[in-house]
Design a protein around this ligand. Structure first.
Ligand code: ATP
Ligand code: MG
Ligand code: MG
Length: 548
C-alpha cells in the first residue's frame, strides 16, 4: 500500500533500523476483550499494522485478557472480525492468559531478588499510603518480610488459601519516588473468578502494569505503542522488563488517543448504552463501534483513510466527526450506484398519460463514473414524489412543484401540476399533473427550461422501504456543564420513515450501498431488512461545509 505519512513513531523506527537496534519491526494490537472495538481502536489498529507493513515487519493480535471479571469470548470473536474487516491480518494470535505461568515465574524471580513482597493492606489503605504529588508515600509494615516468607505467601495466594482482597503482591521499588506509579505498585491480586480462557485454574491475576511489558517481551515486540495516559507508566514498564530479566527489550511509545465530537469512546460507557437498551446492541448504526460503523455503511477504506489523515500526535485533541463523514463520502462517490428513493411519499397522477401503459426509461448509474453503466426504470401514469417537493403556497425562489409550475422529473419528463386532492382534514393526499412527451430526458429537448429537478419512483412497481435517519447519539457538552453523558443522550437520534425505492432494488443485498438522489448515501441493513421490506441506514448526507 501507500507509505504512511511521516510521524514521530515512524521516525523512531527508522532510527532504530539504521542504528541496528532493531532488525525486524514487531508491533501488536492488544485489546482487552471486555467490549467491542470502537473508532479509537481503529486508529491504533491502523497505526500498528501499517507501521509494521511499511517496514516489512509483523503485527500480533493479542488479547490482553488478564481481568477475568469483565472479559468474554463474544468480545474475542467480535474483535477478530473487526480487525479482519478493516483489512488487516495478524501474523500471530496470542492470549495474555496463555502466559500466566510465565508471569507467575517472573514474579517469583522478583521475590527471590527482594524486589517484590506480599502485602495485606486493603486496597484503600494502599491507596492512602501511596501519597500524593507533593507528599511521599508511607511504607507498608509488611514491606520487609523475608524472601522465604514472601515465597510461601505468594504460593499460598496461588493455591487459593486467601479470599479476594486479603493479600496482594507488590513491587518493592521506591515509596518516595516522584512518580507515583513507582511507589510499590500492585503486581498481583486475588480474584476467585472463572476466566474465559483458563477457567478456574487461577485465582490470582496480574495487573496491567506487570503483565503488559512481559507480554510484549515474550512475543518479541519491538515497538509497543499505547495511548498518552501510559506515559507516566513507562518507567515501570522498563523496570518490569529489566528486573524480570527478560531477554527481549521492547520499548513503549505513547501517542494521543482519538477523541471525536459528539462521541463517547470508552467501552465502559458504550457497554452502558447496550446494557440499558438505549441502543440496539453494540452494532447499532449510531454507535462509534467498528461494528456500528459497518452496519451504518462505513467502509474499511474510509476508516483507514480517516486514520491516516488524523495521523499521530503527542498532544490530545478532539477531531470533528465531520472529518470521518468526509471520508465515507469520498469513498462512495464513485463506487455507489445512484438511484431514486422517496422517503416521504406523495402520489402524483399524470392525467394525460395513457392508463395501463408502462414505459422503461434509461438512467445512468453514476453520473461521475460512466463505467457503472445504465439501468432501466419504469415510468407510468402514477408515481410518488417527496412530500416536500410540493408546496401549495410556495415562497418566492421555491422552484419545485406548485400549482401551475413545471419541473423536470429526473431521467423522465417535465410535469406541471394542475390539481391538488385533499382529504376531509385538508391534508394533501394526491396531485394531478400533466406531462409533456416532447421533454423526455435525453431527447435533446430545448423548447423551454425549468428551474427544478425532482426525483420520483413509479408507483405500481415501487418497492416498500424503511429509511432510518440518524443524528448524533450524544450531544456535545457545549455549555461546559460537565453533565454525565447519560444525560446528554439525544432523544431524537433516530427517525424512521416508510417510503419506497425503485424496483431494481429488489436485488440489493445486505451492506450494499447507494446514493439516493438528493438524499445522500444509504446502506442496506443486514439485521432488519426482510424479504418484503428493505431497511436502509442513512450513512451520510451528500454535502457538508467540512473542508480538509
Ligand atoms: P477504552 O478506554 O475505550 O475501554 P482501552 O484503552 O481500555 O479503551 P483496550 O482494549 O485496552 O481499550 O485498547 C486496545 C488498544 O487500543 C490500546 O493499545 C489502546 O491504547 C488503543 N486505544 C483505545 N482507545 C483508543 C483511542 N481512543 N484512540 C487511540 N487508541 C486507542
Ligand atoms: Mg479498558
Ligand atoms: Mg486498556
Amino acid at each position: 500500500g501507500k507509505s504512511l505519512p511521516p510521524n514521530f513513531i515512524k521516525s523512531i523506527i527508522l532510527e532504530d533500523i539504521e542504528s541496528g537496534r532493531v532488525k525486524e519491526v514487531v508491533t501488536r494490537f492488544p485489546p482487552e476483550p471486555n467490549g467491542y472495538l470502537h473508532i479509537g481502536h481503529a486508529k491504533s489498529i491502523c497505526l500498528n499494522f501499517e507501521l509494521a507493513d511499511e517496514f516489512k515487519g509483523r503485527t500480533h493480535l493479542r488479547f490482553d485478557d488478564t481481568n477475568p471479571l469483565k472479559e468474554d469470548t463474544e468480545y474475542v470473536e467480535s474483535i477478530k472480525e473487526d480487525v479482519r474487516w478493516l483489512g488487516f491480518e495478524w501474523e500471530k494470535l496470542f492470549f495474555a492468559s496463555d502466559y500466566f505461568d510465565e508471569m507467575y515465574n517472573r514474579a517469583v524471580i522478583l521475590i527471590q531478588k527482594g524486589k517484590a513482597y506480599v502485602d495485606e493492606l486493603s486496597a484503600e489503605e494502599i491507596r492512602q499510603m501511596r501519597g500524593t504529588l507533593t507528599e511521599p508515600g508511607k511504607e507498608s509494615p509488611h514491606r520487609n518480610r523475608s524472601v522465604k516468607e514472601n515465597l510461601d505467601l505468594f504460593a499460598r495466594m496461588r493455591k487459593g488459601e486467601f479470599k479476594d482482597g486479603e493479600k496482594v503482591l507488590r513491587a518493592k521499588i521506591d515509596m518516595a519516588s516522584p512518580n507515583i506509579n513507582m511507589r510499590d505498585p500492585v503486581l498481583y491480586r486475588i480474584a476467585h473468578a472463572s476466566h474465559h480462557n483458563t477457567g478456574d485454574e487461577w485465582c490470582i491475576y496480574p495487573m496491567y502494569d506487570f503483565a503488559h511489558p512481559l507480554e510484549d517481551a515474550v512475543e518479541g515486540v519491538t515497538h509497543s505503542i499505547c495511548t498518552l495516559e501510559f506515559e507516566d507508566h513507562r518507567p515501570l514498564y522498563d523496570w518490569v522488563i529489566e528486573e524480570c530479566e527478560m531477554e527481549c527489550r521492547p520499548r513503549q511509545y505513547e501517542f494521543a488517543r482519538l477523541n471525536l465530537t459528539n462521541t463517547v469512546m470508552s467501552k465502559r460507557w458504550l457497554k452502558k448504552l447496550v446494557d440499558e437498551a438505549i441502543v440496539d446492541g453494540w452494532d447499532d448504526p449510531r454507535m462509534p463501534t467498528i461494528s456500528g460503523l459497518r452496519r451504518r455503511g462505513y467502509t474499511p477504506e474510509a476508516i483507514r483513510a480517516f486514520a491516516r489523515e488524523i495521523g499521530v500526535a503527542k498532544a490530545n485533541s478532539t477531531v470533528d466527526s465531520k472529518m470521518l463523514e468526509h471520508f465515507i463520502r469520498e469513498d462512495l462517490k464513485l463506487k455507489a450506484p445512484r438511484t431514486m428513493a422517496v422517503l416521504r411519499p406523495l402520489k402524483v397522477v399524470i392525467t394525460n398519460y395513457p392508463e395501463g401503459q408502462v414505459e422503461m426509461l434509461e438512467a445512468e448509474n453514476n453520473a461521475e463514473n460512466p463505467e457503472m453503466g445504465h439501468r432501466q426504470i419504469p415510468f407510468s401514469r402514477e408515481i410518488y414524489i417527496e412530500q416536500d417537493d410540493f408546496m401549495e403556497n410556495p415562497p418566492s425562489k421555491y422552484f419545485r412543484l406548485f400549482p401551475g409550475n413545471e419541473v423536470r422529473l429526473k431521467h423522465a419528463y417535465f410535469i406541471k401540476c394542475h390539481d391538488v386532492v385533499k382529504d376531509a382534514e385538508g391534508k394533501i393526499v394526491e396531485l394531478h399533473c400533466t406531462y409533456d412527451p416532447a421533454t423526455k430526458s435525453g431527447s435533446g429537448f430545448e423548447g423551454r427550461k425549468v428551474k427544478g429537478t425532482i426525483h420520483w419512483v413509479e408507483a405500481t412497481q415501487a418497492l416498500p422501504a424503511e429509511f432510518r435517519l440518524y443524528e448524533p447519539l450524544i450531544l456535545d457538552d457545549t455549555a461546559g456543564e460537565d453533565k454525565p453523558f447519560l444525560e446528554r443522550i439525544n432523544p431524537n437520534s433516530i427517525e424512521v420513515l416508510q417510503g419506497c425505492v425503485e424496483p431494481n432494488m429488489a436485488e440489493a443485498k445486505g451492506q450494499d450501498k447507494f446514493q439516493f438522489f438528493r438524499h445522500g448515501y444509504f446502506n442496506v441493513d443486514t439485521k432488519q431488512s426482510t424479504s418484503d421490506k428493505k431497511v436502509f441506514n442513512h450513512i451520510v448526507s451528500l454535502k457538508s461545509s467540512f473542508q480538509l
